[in-house]
Design a protein around this ligand. Structure first.
Ligand code: SAM
Ligand code: SF4
Length: 328
């Protein structure tokens, strides 16, 4: 049997990585992501079923898709998430499935997710202090981020990556505390520059902490050496405190771009294929999918439109949709 040519965009970047948003809803209201009152949620009928998501993945895999990330919104609040993982793991060609989560449900779900075939977890954690977790997430859940990380680790969902959005005056004084976690734990803490997406209201450019400054703060703990990152390392640069079990990384969407090597596309919860996180490059797959059509021509059309790079630095705060809506 002859295989169709692999999916490549107009700049020759091949597409082997898909981020799948399974819901636009969330049990948090992070200051930098969602307004307190929530957003205009997608109606249930517009959201792809697990079977439909698996069908999109089955049609992409023969074209070169290898790695998946399940995200949202908060993916663990969608019922029966392990059932989806199991279906995706069974698609020939899929080698790696990761999950992005705020971690609240990891203590109760980590083992079932692992048993269903999940390989790895990225957990967002912006503070290690309970009062601040509540203030940033604007939800009073009894939640200990370190206990969630330990639950994921114990279930075998490593290498664990911890994503910290650094905000001046909010959590930037915890940079060293997060970096210290990597000394004894094989965890990979990644500090992310705050981005001007969604409706951030109280957050401005003054809250962005450039990653050079973050790395200077980490260096106060000891010698920091460049390191090779964990598997699936995407757009982060990694460093290691001498002798540490884990690494410290920085993701700098504001001050650098990685677009030249970007191999990722996104599937939104309502079935649109987005080829760039920023801007409106997307193709609607839902109706053709529900009509039983072959999706390959649409994949190729979407890829032909993948932009060369984003222009975040020219954007206004609030000028883009929230990451929770586009599957950040
Ligand atoms: N709910 C899951 C979580 O929080 O990990 C997955 C979805 S969340 C939209 C994915 C990532 O986007 C999180 O690491 C979050 O910190 C990041 N994010 C959301 N809004 C952001 C912003 N304005 N600036 C930087 N990172 C942002
Ligand atoms: Fe929810 Fe994740 Fe957005 Fe926070 S960053 S509001 S946890 S989707």
């Amino acid at each position: 049997m002859t295989h169709p040519p692999p999916l490549k965009d107009q700049f020759g970047r091949s597409i082997e990585y898909l981020r799948i948003s399974v819901t636009d809803r969330c049990n948090f209201r992070c200051q930098y992501c969602m307004p307190l009152e929530g957003l205009a949620w997608l109606p249930k009928r517009d959201i792809l079923s697990y079977e439909e998501i698996a069908e999109v993945v089955s049609q992409l895999a023969p074209l070169g898709l290898r790695r998946l990330r399940i995200t949202g919104g908060e993916p663990t609040i969608r019922p029966e998430l392990p059932a989806l993982i199991k279906m995706l793991k069974a698609v020939p060609g899929i080698e790696d499935i990761a999950l992005s989560t705020n971690g609240v449900k990891l203590p109760e779900q980590a083992i079932a997710l692992r048993e269903a075939g999940l390989d790895r977890v990225n957990m967002s954690a912006d503070s290690l202090r309970h009062d601040r977790v509540v203030a940033i997430a604007r939800r009073n859940l009894s939640f200990d981020p370190v206990a969630s990380l330990q639950a994921a680790q114990a279930a075998g969902l490593g290498p664990l990556k911890i994503n910290v959005v650094v905000m001046r005056g909010t959590n930037d004084d915890e940079v060293a505390d997060f970096a210290r976690l990597t000394i004894d734990n094989p965890w990979h803490v990644r500090f992310i520059e705050l981005m001007p997406v969604g409706d951030m209201r109280d957050l401005t450019w003054e809250h962005v902490v450039p990653s050079d400054e973050v790395l200077r703060r980490v260096s106060a703990l000891g010698a920091l050496e460049p390191a090779s990152g964990p598997k699936g390392n995407g757009p982060a640069s990694y460093y290691q405190l001498r002798g540490a079990a884990g690494t410290v990384g920085v993701i700098t969407p504001m001050t650098h771009t990685y677009c030249g090597s970007c191999n990722r596309v996104r599937l939104t919860a309502d079935g649109r294929l987005r080829t760039c996180l920023y801007g409106d490059h997307e193709v609607n797959l839902r109706e053709p999918l529900r009509a039983g059509e072959r999706l390959e021509p649409l994949f190729r059309q979407a890829l032909a439109d993948k932009p060369k790079e984003h222009n975040l630095l020219q954007m206004q705060v609030g000028g883009l949709r929230a990451l929770s809506q586009v599957g950040g």
